[in-house]
Design a protein around this ligand. Structure first.
Ligand SMILES: [Zn+2]
Length: 120
């Protein structure tokens, strides 16, 4: 993990997790205080981007004729937090996964997406 500033929610092509300076807990998406101990002392770090898929679901969007369903995954990062993102390719629960930041359907935003990590 390396320290850095700004993530995909701020237009930067990276995913960040927060780490509590008091208890070492880490979590995904900004919170003012540590969800475990309530401390306000935290730093942002860039995780490895690797983890394991824990769930996949298909989202059918109404009002878009001919639109393919959107496949979403929950992936537990190796650092611990669970991240939701789109599925890029084939991914099933239990698969090793890697995060990528890919353009949204409109191409204006980068969103977390997961693909199956090749096992070597
Ligand atoms: Zn804490």
């Amino acid at each position: 993990m390396s320290r850095t500033q700004g993530d995909w929610t701020q237009g930067c092509a990276r995913l960040l997790i927060a780490v509590c300076a008091d208890c070492g807990n880490n979590w995904y998406l900004p919170k003012d205080r540590c969800p475990r101990c309530g401390s306000a002392r935290q730093s942002s770090v860039q995780p490895s981007g690797e983890g394991r898929c824990v769930a996949v679901t298909l989202l059918h969007v109404t009002g878009e004729p001919g639109g393919a369903p959107l496949s979403l995954a929950l992936v537990r990062l190796d650092e611990g937090p669970v991240v939701m993102g789109r599925v890029d390719g084939d991914l099933a629960p239990g698969d090793p996964a890697r995060v990528h930041l890919l353009p949204s359907g409109t191409g204006t935003t980068l969103l977390p997406s997961f693909s199956r990590k090749a096992v070597t």
